[in-house]
Write a protein that binds this ligand. Structure first.
Ligand code: ADP
Ligand code: MG
Length: 429
């Protein structure tokens, strides 16, 4: 509970007095599409919908240490070299620290103006003047404060108040304001979530800190598509673009092991192939463990229930672990069948057929449903040298280099693994 001191009670109805009539306009007009400032970092540009939009506010959220400062410093350095005026205002690090990072990344000669400041009044006074920049990075919004609020920097009121001032400035002066926001495990509320509805674009940086892959995901974009991802690799020289994520996610794959299935997925407009790994082991606990990394745990519970109820797999007494390799988070229902394949393969201790990708949605009765964009999935799999695809039945696709095996019920997939006992039980029921 946060006390909001001095807020007035909402008045009952409007006070008397006439309002002005609002002006209407036609839908058709000669409004130009929003201009774009491409950063030249392809993965970042795609996630933004083609580049930064002047006069807009962008929020980049993510865990501490994930690489937000690194990426944004790289982006403004590229823009500054193209001749745009770029400011980097840090409230977390001193100018020296920012310089050291720039030096390490080999960007020290980019004409970016750096400052260490936290008072929003000072920042606005500097940005509003004659030498206003085109792009400004505020790292991070949690360290900023406005002096007309008593609460501490990082509190909901301060984060919201500071952001409001900076966004207003962005709209008024036509500059791009990029706000960095930490997502903290416990303090989500004071983090970027309160800002999501205020800014035009929200990007989240995902990935495990131990992994070298970082995924930048657009969750809101007033100027472009959402659900687009950008894939980066963290190296000594900063974040490097990964133009072909499938090859990278599959790089560590070992052929012919049980409990692994390659899912042909779509992220935004791009196909992405990832390996889904499962482990099914007898439990020593009263309630078996179900642990998931990179997928929805309630979706896993559903797939397990369908395997149990419709395909007679006895999973109740077993621990189940599921992992999406490479640190990617999958949200597509099309991954159901791949997850089921990994689970059944782990349960049967038999590998999936070699060079096979799989996708399809599973319904509660065990039926396999068609999914969107099958063609793109198959094309990508063929490109990466896969020979076979397990797909929902009734696929009306063009000819592909792949052999396509169709499934209309989950039990058909289970039958392929020849699990002892499951067949007889199916016959009984
Ligand atoms: N000296 C270094 N050499 C290589 N990588 C480093 C070095 N210092 C920091 N890093 C990498 O940069 C990451 C920190 O990135 P940073 O942009 O500061 O994150 P954020 O701004 O999201 O907190 C670290 O997790 C580490 O992987
Ligand atoms: Mg930082």
């Amino acid at each position: 509970m946060v006390e909001e001191a001095g807020t007035k009670v909402v008045p009952r109805g409007l006070s008397r007095g006439k309002g002005r009539r609002i002006e209407y306009a036609a839908l058709k007009g000669d409004t130009k599409p929003a201009p774009r400032t491409a950063t030249g970092i392809g993965e970042l540009d795609r996630v933004c919908g083609g580049g930064f939009v002047p006069g807009s506010a962008l929020l980049v959220g993510g865990d501490p240490g994930i690489g937000k400062s690194t990426l944004l410093l790289q982006a403004v350095a590229v823009l500054a070299k193209q001749g745009l005026a770029c400011d980097y205002i840090s409230g977390e690090e001193s100018v020296d620290q920012v310089r050291l990072r720039a030096d390490r990344l080999g960007l020290a000669d980019a004409p970016v103006r750096v400052a260490a400041a936290t008072d929003v009044r000072d920042i606005i006074a500097s940005l509003d003047g004659k030498n206003a920049p085109d792009v400004v990075v505020i790292d991070s919004i949690q360290t900023m404060f406005v002096d007309n609020l008593d609460s501490a920097p990082g509190s909901v009121g301060q984060v919201r108040g500071s952001a409001q001032e900076l966004i207003r400035l962005a709209k008024r002066r036509g500059l791009t304001v990029i706000l960095v926001g930490h997502v903290t495990k416990e303090g989500m509320i004071a983090g970027p979530r309160v800002l999501e509805h205020m800014v035009d674009t929200v990007l989240y940086f995902e990935g495990e800190r131990g992994h070298q892959f970082r995924i930048l995901r657009a969750v809101k974009n007033r100027f472009g598509p959402t659900d687009e991802i950008g894939v980066f690799e963290m190296t000594d020289a900063g974040l490097m673009e990964v133009p072909n994520p499938s090859a990278l996610f599959l790089a560590d794959r070992k052929g012919s092991v049980s409990g692994a299935a390659v899912f042909a997925g779509i992220e935004g407009t791009r196909p992405v192939l990832v390996e889904i790994q499962a482990l099914v082991a007898p439990t020593s606990l009263g309630t078996p463990r179900r642990a998931v990394v990179g997928w929805d745990s309630s979706r896993l519970a559903m797939v397990l229930a369908v395997l149990e109820a419709r395909c007679n797999l006895r999973l109740a007494g077993r621990d189940v672990y599921l992992n999406v390799a490479g640190g990617l988070r999958i949200n597509e229902p099309a991954a159901d069948l791949a997850v089921a394949a990994a689970l059944v393969s782990a349960y049967a201790d038999a590998p999936m057929p070699d060079e096979t990708v799989i996708f399809g949605e599973i319904g509660l009765s065990g039926e396999i449903r068609a999914v969107a964009q099958s063609d793109i999935r198959l094309k990508e799999a063929a490109k990466l040298g896969f020979a076979q695809a397990f797909a929902p039945a009734g696929l009306r696709t063009r000819r592909h280099a792949l052999k396509i095996t169709e499934f209309s019920h989950l039990s058909e997939l289970v039958d392929r693994f020849e699990i002892e006992g499951s067949k007889e039980l199916t016959a009984e029921t």
